[in-house]
Design a protein. Structure first.
Lengths: 321, 335
């Protein structure tokens, strides 16, 4: 097996408070080169915090992240800057992540200048090539973000991330603000770029159907922890954790004759400042086998009987629901 | 056949844009009927005019810059809502026709308790005493499945989760037992497990209270699960209407077809999606002829010049604004 490009080991991020907010509470993940890991969860699950912490846009509380074998959290300022050439991020909201006072051309030139990636004479050609790569006309270089549609802005966000020729991109809900027809365009673009540039993605999303179309591996987060992790085809065909099962069943299916039974969970997601004892999911869990052990003993993320690659954090992962 | 409860005919809602850059024809000749007890889904993407349509029904369009054009008709119980005096309209709005909005955060008043906000409509429309209205508010909170309703009635919106707030919004809308509920993207701001709760709640309330629901959404999955009939909107117009099963079994309009192909599906393997090329045109400059023609894989010369009317298939329950209904031979095979 090839060495992972990214190796996240027991990542913890707590925000100060009384009690502290346990946004990320011991997450371990690996991503192989050229692969896409879909990180799925609802609001407050900690999925975006994972993405930002591995890029050190936020400092971790504990844990280790190895990127191409290099310890990301141990790097000083200069090596960190060099690292940022290899790790990039595309944000959810193209409206707020582009500087409204900068033309698209300047937005794309800036990272090239900072990292000294193109001599001034070649700058314009580089910008044109980047725009072309994300499917925008060179004339867009002279426009401001407010002159663009949501889909065009997201293409600019992607071009900016590509400008420094990264190996790895965190895509943080890159299509959730877009309409369906445009969402499909942007997802296809991300897939094409991955092929062409052998990129590795951490694809963060709340929408399991979107993730289905792009991810090779899927990890599901709930209250700061990974509750299930498996190859995409395995998790969609046979989810093991009761939360994943409920999440998949709740996705509205564009088929009026659908017969799939919806598992409706009761209650809300608890606050990460007050995670429940034992299994964090137990107060909402509809599993028929749920018992006192779930209320007291936090289940470890363990191999299930399906395959060594299919992990679930549930005492009763093998039991039918 | 039963009479429709609400009949929208040739609704045109236009906006004068800033700096006099012309008129945005946001809703441009929309007609449909809503029958008692049914759920009618209005589906479309940003800028198609679905929300402006729903706001126009209750005359909630800010004027200026907006205005509803003369000739538009919104008929409810035999009366045109667009020509009613403000006092007559108030007797209907929130009483017989109620609305739930997308954003429960911004549509609840942060300085009043949820009980006060639910009770308000009952005090105004049904002249309940404060005490009786409070009792009704607790009853409504129970109905929408909020635990400890006698306590929650005194809470403020910020003390509630997003899902709870949307339940409160629904309780507010239903307090006078309206005949029509307009739900504009009622679950869009919610997480998927909470969305499932709210959709189930709407289902239950509709069968218990027997109201008609006009469900505005961008989500074909939500429409498929909730609606009896569907109206698809594009560029300010209705482009297709059908019973929900007919629409999903065989969409007639290339836009509907494109939308369905673009939806990511949980049951499909990792694969490319079929995107619709281009983007939605601006409401100040709709394309000539068929408004979808610049993005349509089947378009021919006629489509660029002549605007198609809604053309019916079979018994006329299934209509599409597309010349292909008349000339199916021009449909290009799928690539």
């Amino acid at each position: 097996m090839t060495a992972p490009l990214l190796d996240i080991q027991n990542l913890v991020k707590h925000y100060p408070g009384r009690p502290p907010v346990r946004a990320v509470d011991g997450v371990s993940l690996t991503i192989a080169p050229g692969q896409t890991l879909g990180l799925v969860g609802e609001s407050g699950s900690g999925k975006s915090t994972v993405g930002r912490t591995i890029l050190r846009l936020q400092e971790p509380t504990a844990g280790r992240v190895l990127f191409e074998g290099e310890d990301v959290f141990a790097l000083g300022t200069a090596p960190l800057r060099a690292l940022r050439r290899r790790m990039q991020i595309v944000f959810q909201d193209p409206y707020s992540s582009l500087n409204p006072r900068m033309t698209v051309g300047r937005t794309l030139r800036e990272p090239l200048e900072i990292h000294g990636l193109a001599p001034p004479a070649q700058m314009e050609a580089r910008v044109t090539a980047l725009l072309d790569e994300v499917g925008l006309d060179p004339a867009f270089a002279g426009r401001y973000p407010h002159e663009l549609s949501g889909g065009q802005r997201q293409r600019v966000g992607i071009a900016r991330a590509l400008s420094v020729e990264p190996r790895f991109i965190v895509c943080d809900e890159p299509v959730s603000a877009l309409d369906v027809s445009v969402q499909a365009q942007v997802l296809n673009l991300l897939a094409d770029l991955q092929q062409k540039r052998s990129l590795t993605y951490l694809f963060i999303a709340h929408d399991l159907a979107v993730v289905r179309h792009i991810a090779d591996q899927v990890a599901v987060m709930y209250l700061g922890r990974i509750v299930e992790r498996a190859p995409a085809s395995a998790i969609y065909a046979g989810p093991r954790h009761p939360y994943t099962r409920a999440l998949l069943s709740a996705v509205p299916e564009p088929n009026p004759r659908a017969t799939r039974a919806r598992i409706v969970l009761s209650g809300d997601i608890p606050s990460p400042a007050h995670p429940p004892a034992g299994c964090p999911f137990h107060p909402r869990c509809p599993h028929p086998k749920k018992n006192d052990r779930c209320r007291t003993e936090t289940p470890a993320l363990r191999t299930t009987s399906d395959s060594p690659a299919h992990l679930a954090a549930c005492h009763f992962a093998e039991e039918p629901m | 056949m039963t009479e429709p409860l609400l009949r929208v005919r040739d609704l045109k809602t236009y906006f004068v844009t800033e700096q006099g850059r012309g008129t945005a024809r946001a809703v441009d000749g929309v007609s449909f009927e809503l029958y008692p007890g049914e759920t009618l889904g209005i589906v479309g993407e940003s800028g198609c005019g679905k929300t402006v349509t729903s706001l126009s029904i209750l005359r909630l369009i800010p004027e200026p810059p907006g205005h509803i054009r003369p000739g538009s008709v919104i008929e409810f119980a035999g009366r045109n809502l667009l020509t009613l005096a403000p006092s007559e309209l108030r007797a209907i709005r929130g009483n017989q026709i109620a609305m739930v909005f997308q954003e429960p955060m911004t549509s609840l008043n942060p300085v009043f308790t949820v009980g006060d906000q639910i009770a308000e409509a009952a005090i105004i429309h049904q002249r309940l005493s404060r005490k009786a209205a409070r009792a009704r508010a607790i009853e409504m909170l129970t109905l929408v499945g909020i635990p400890d309703p006698a306590e929650r009635v005194d809470h403020y919106p910020h003390q509630l989760s997003g899902g709870m707030r949307q339940r409160v919004m629904i309780a507010m809308a239903l307090v006078c037992h309206p005949k029509v509920l307009i739900a504009d993207e009622p679950t869009t701001a919610l997480d998927v497990t909470i969305q499932a709760q709210i959709l189930e709640l709407l289902d239950r309330l509709q069968s218990e209270l027997g109201m008609a629901v006009l469900l505005i959404t961008h989500d074909l999955g939500v429409v498929a699960g909730q609606a009896d009939r569907v109206v698809v909107m594009y560029a300010g117009q209705v482009v297709e209407t059908a019973r929900t099963t007919d629409l999903f079994d065989g969409p007639l309009h290339p836009y509907t077809e494109g939308l369905m192909a673009a939806v990511p599906r949980i049951d499909a393997p990792k694969s490319r999606l079929q995107a619709i090329p281009g983007q939605v045109p601006a409401a100040t400059a709709w394309p000539s002829g068929c408004r979808f023609h610049p993005r349509c894989p089947h378009a021919w010369t006629k489509c660029t010049i002549e605007e198609p009317p809604l053309l019916g298939l079979g018994d006329g329950d299934h209509t599409a604004r597309c010349w292909l209904v008349q000339e199916p031979g021009r449909r290009k095979p799928k690539t």
